[in-house]
Design a protein around this ligand. Sequence first.
Ligand code: GLP
Length: 253
Amino acid sequence: MRRSVRVPLYDQIKTRLLEEIETGRTKPGDRMPSERQLTQTYGVSRMTARQALAELESAGYLRRVQGKGTFASLPRIDQPLLTLTSFTEDMLRRGLKPGSQLISADLVPAGAQVAMALDVPETEPVVRIERLRLAGDQPMALETSHIVAALCPGLLERDLSVQSLYGTLRDHYGHHLDKARQTLEAAAASSYQARVLSMREGAPVLLMERVSRNGEGRAIEFAQSVYRGDRYRFTTELNRDAAPEPTGLAGHQ
Ligand code: GLP
């Protein structure tokens, strides 16, 4: 390897490994060289090799499995947090092929939590749709959507394993989703979630809850999504002007 003075050695190794992944010569799941192999191939110290691997790991390009080795994985999806988009739109924007597997679709009474989110009585019939969301053939998220049944007659007969839910709500029922409130929190995958998302139980996941509303402010969808923690990174643009005036912080300069 050409030892460039300006680019640190670990960075040069990182670039080499990244090239292998991005050109598809190394595929997701393939074994990556170990620290020891990197020190031999590139004549660098173990610490340099470790740093190159650690940076690729934190960027989501590889995964280290205790006692087994280091494997290539797909990079994280970088998702902006301020725009209301559907899963289909998110994947297409990144050049990925959106897909779904329908796990279940039923008509159920709203129950306390859904009723509160959708501003309906607890006994209100809602369509509950559970889908595994895919990018190509890779599982990305497990999504459970609830929509008031009276707002979308016949929704259960539509094939939501091939159609976009937001597209269907807009094109067939005239529900344009204009705004949403969303929460995001960290959790560990349950055994069910781990099985469906092809992860190990206890692996990090991001739980997202979203209530989407139409232009008049009527709640249309309440969705609970479980995103693979190793495939997603959420990005927000911060604006200093929007920060509230600090209060009661006397003494902090
Ligand atoms: C996102 C939202 C879900 C919504 C889904 C619709 O993933 N978190 O609340 O149900 O998009 O996606 P699509 O229109 O692709 O079915």
